[in-house]
Design a protein around this ligand. Structure first.
Ligand SMILES: [Fe+2]
Length: 487
């Protein structure tokens, strides 16, 4: 008999597992879908199949569920499927959770010792005709872009040495090449970082391994047209602690953050490490190089952002110091000193950024993110302890914000940008975002906004006839790109 899920915050209300693999043909649309919006909006997030082995769990440990919303001729069809990881298949066969705590294999059922632990639950990206479900503790899983059927783990024909690949690979808009990294590349709590260069045709061209100063939760990173940026924050892993049943991550307030910078064409021996006081680093909006200057626009908090990560000194989670703020790091690479400037661009509580992907790695003006507007009701607890209630357009050049408050009893997720056309000016296009509404029964909507007029509200709202669990990241893939790969 199947056990019920615990009634803890990770598994209740908004966070209740959905577990539905759905096909819904022709979703209800309110308003007018732009005729230019032809393509697929992919999303990926954790949706646990079974009650946790240890009584409770954190959200990031759930099984990867990929959702797709296909926009064609003014209609939207949706599909959702679990990623068939080794873990998914073993637990489904056993009809129960066999894996224990988040990224701690010492808490697993002995039956799954040595088996792949990744859940592929963080991001879904499309590259070289492949749709990839990603989580930073394992290899990418390739899915069929139309059926979402899992094709298998991607190790580039056995060439990749790394056991991991980031959920945030970067595709160069100029060449179509993808650059990725994997930390803990040699296994649990190892210091090796693998740097992975994947050709526009999807072949692994080069992999370099190097040692990080310490094992850090490097969730996101930055790539510019000329440089690679590895931001290590003092959220560290320790195998001995895990062996004793402790957590994978602990924040060490006594340890500096370190930022590694390397030219894209250089050997890792040339890596230069810059130091900053201990801080929490989140996602990167964008980064670019100009001569000897390198700029990284990144969400930085004074301390660790995640309530589920403890401080090594035993101090309690500090809500005020966990607020992520968009910060510009400026590096003068001609100076030998390991110093750089950090300037807060906006004081607001913002994160989950998106940009016009055609401007990734290059000077840019427009960014998009979620925000917590504390002057409005906060109705839900998200992964950071509060729920997003506002979508924001950041004009980096003008220092201006344009916002759309999504309404009472509603929370929003990461925005996704879709250009109006392949040659439209930067930032001209649409923002897609997933909402959950709490009035009456919980339900999910996908809203479409004019990216340059967020405050005007949605131009179209797509209704999902049930509640989808919150996803983490996603991407828009234009129909022309999918058609070209099929051809
Ligand atoms: Fe992320």
């Amino acid at each position: 008999m199947a056990e019920p899920f615990p009634r803890t915050p990770t598994f209740s209300g908004y966070n209740e597992p959905c577990r539905i693999e759905a096909d819904v043909f022709d979703l209800e649309v309110e308003g007018e879908l732009p005729s230019a919006l032809e393509g697929t909006f992919y999303r990926c997030g954790p949706d646990p199949c079974f009650p946790p082995r240890l009584g409770d769990d954190i959200n990031l440990n759930g099984d990867g569920m990929v959702m797709m919303f296909r926009f064609a001729a003014g209609h939207v069809d949706m599909r959702s499927r679990y990623v068939r990881t080794e873990r998914f298949r073993l637990e489904r066969a056993a009809r129960r959770a066999l894996y224990g705590a988040y990224r701690n294999p010492f808490t697993d059922d002995p039956r799954v010792a040595g088996k792949d632990r990744t859940t592929a639950n963080t991001n879904v990206v499309y590259h070289a005709g492949r749709l990839l479900a990603l989580k930073e503790d394992g290899l990418p899983h390739e899915l069929d872009p139309d059926t979402l059927e899992t094709r298998g783990r991607l190790d580039y024909g056995g060439k990749l040495q790394s056991l991991t690949a980031t959920a945030h690979p970067k595709t160069d808009p100029a060449s179509g090449a993808m650059i990725s990294h994997g930390y803990e590349a040699r296994g649990l709590a190892t210091r090796e970082i693998s740097l992975q260069f994947i050709s526009p045709r999807g072949e692994l061209e080069r992999e370099d391994l190097f040692l990080a100063p310490y094992v850090s939760m490097m969730h996101d990173w930055a790539v510019t047209a000329r440089h690679l940026v590895f931001p290590l924050m003092p959220t560290t892993a320790d195998a001995e602690r895990m062996r004793r049943g402790g957590p994978h991550w602990v924040f060490e307030p006594g340890l500096d953050a370190q930022i590694g910078i390397l030219r894209r064409d250089a050997d890792p021996a040339d890596l230069r490490w810059y130091r900053a006081p201990p801080c929490g680093v989140g996602h990167i909006l964008n980064a670019f190089s100009e001569g000897d200057r390198l700029y990284v626009d990144i969400f930085v908090s004074e301390r660790n952002q995640f309530p589920f990560i403890a401080n090594a000194d035993g101090s309690p989670f500090d809500r005020a110091k966990s607020t992520p703020r968009l910060t510009r790091w400026s590096f003068d690479l001609s100076r030998p000193a390991p110093r750089f400037e950090a300037r807060t661009l906006f004081g607001e509580f913002m994160e989950m950024p998106a940009i016009d992907p055609r401007y990734q790695m290059h000077p840019y003006r427009h960014g998009f993110c979620t925000a917590v507007d504390r002057s409005r009701p906060l109705d839900v607890a998200g992964t950071l302890g509060v729920g997003w209630n506002t979508l924001v357009h950041v004009d980096v050049a003008a220092g201006r914000l344009d916002r759309y408050y999504v309404g009472e009893k509603t929370t929003c997720q990461e925005p996704c940008f879709a250009p109006r056309s392949p040659d439209a000016p930067e930032g001209e296009g649409f923002i897609l975002a997933q909402l959950t509404r709490f009035e009456g029964h919980l339900r999910t909507e996908i809203i479409v906004l004019d990216a340059q007029r967020l405050a005007a509200g949605p131009i179209a709202t797509i209704r999902v006839p049930f509640r989808l669990r919150a996803a983490v990241h996603g991407h828009w893939v234009p129909r022309s790109v999918l058609d070209a790969a099929r051809a």
